[in-house]
Design a protein around this ligand. Structure first.
Ligand code: TXA
Ligand code: MG
Length: 337
């Protein structure tokens, strides 16, 4: 199969729709990362997504809909605070997890009794979702465990020859995946941190909790995605805390024979550059760090044998999501195994 990258035009949207209606998958841009989309009602299409990605079959998918889509077609229980969250943040990088009604394919939720729904803000995603006018399940468009894609080129690198079409909507501005928030209980509970923070949610609805699962007890985990090694570049990695610069410098010295890259915030760049290693700067601000992280991890795997990452100093707000991804990227094995 030839994989085409095409800009979003009326013609390519119609081509994408035909592929979806025939049970195929299409990669689409969103404001967070690119997604690998298929018809949420079509068992075969949903299974195809798992197969193409090599995704574990216990990790559920998010259903994406356009902003005019009537979500009562796929969910019924909808607490008043969920409505407030939709009004405040959607379309945008917030996924809400509702009790499921069994309307979409059972393969979407992998046996959980919930359904995750997202309304992406990206104009290209909205145009595609309006064109098909059905919920599109879309995990990040990367091979399972690899770094999530923030450009059409990244998607092509992972799926060349495996999918027919990548809709090119430019580089993703958000850079890390949506915040996943459970709205099945009394108060919202964040299952995966992201650009919409706990503070932002609590400000709108008064309260918001964060799920901190005990990863040694897999059966109690609400969002199975948190169990896996993920977002990982294909080179060796080492991770140091923000105040461990000395240790990082020692690691550089100890590995002198390797092609080393260092990933860090902008303020440490000058010190590290003087050591003649390749430095990947995350920038200064939290939004900059979120938007650059995945591209830098993909650049690093191409240029280096070893990536030494140093955590940025700021660790609250959006940085909770950025650090969550960075730490998993630098984990050597699945938490579960
Ligand atoms: O920004 C995003 O959310 C991107 C773009 C493409 O929209 N999508 C994305 O999908 O990150 P994926 O499949 O890579 O991650 C979905 C996450 C996983 O951690 C999964 O476990 C969780 O959402 N999830 C999906 N359905 C769930 C459910 N019913 N209950 C709890 N967690 C769920
Ligand atoms: Mg993913």
């Amino acid at each position: 199969m030839q994989t085409k990258i095409k800009p979003i035009t009326p013609e390519t949207l119609s081509e994408a729709k035909n592929i979806i209606l025939e049970g195929g998958v299409v990669a689409m841009p969103t404001e967070t990362v690119y997604g690998l989309g298929g018809n949420a009602f079509d068992d075969g299409a949903v299974q195809r997504i798992f197969e193409v990605k090599g995704r574990p079959n216990d990790n559920p998918l998010i259903a994406h809909v356009h902003s005019g889509y009537d979500i009562s077609r796929i969910i019924d229980y909808d607490p008043p605070y969920a409505k407030k969250l939709r009004e405040a943040f959607l379309p945008g990088p917030l996924t809400l997890v509702y009790p499921s009604t069994g309307k979409v394919s059972p393969y979407v939720s992998c046996g959980l009794n919930t359904l995750a729904v997202r309304v992406p803000a990206h104009a290209g995603a909205q145009a595609f979702l309006k064109e098909v006018d059905i919920p599109i399940v879309a995990p990040s468009a990367n091979l399972s465990k690899h770094v999530s894609p923030t450009s059409a080129k990244h998607v092509f690198e992972d799926f060349d020859g495996k999918i027919p079409l990548i809709l090119d909507g430019g580089e993703c501005v958000g850079g890390i995946e949506s915040t996943v928030c459970d709205v099945t209980g009394e108060v919202p509970v964040i299952l995966r941190p992201g650009l919409i923070t706990r503070e932002m949610i609590a400000e709108v609805v008064g309260d918001c909790k964060e799920d901190k699962p005990d990863l040694t007890k897999a059966e109690k985990v609400k969002s199975p995605g948190v169990l896996y090694k993920h977002y990982s570049p294909r080179c060796k990695t080492m991770l140091f805390l923000a105040d461990e610069l000395e240790k990082a410098l020692q690691a550089i010295a100890d590995n002198a024979g390797l092609k080393i890259g260092v990933l860090c915030e902008e303020e440490k760049v000058t010190v590290l550059e003087s050591l003649a290693v390749r430095v990947f700067s995350l920038g200064d601000t939290e939004t900059e760090m979120a938007s650059r992280l995945y591209k830098l991890l993909r650049d690093a795997e191409k240029e280096c044998d070893l990536l030494i990452a140093i955590e940025p100093k700021k660790q609250d707000g959006v940085m909770i999501g950025v650090l969550n991804r960075l730490r998993k990227a630098c984990t050597s094995k699945d938490v579960r195994h």
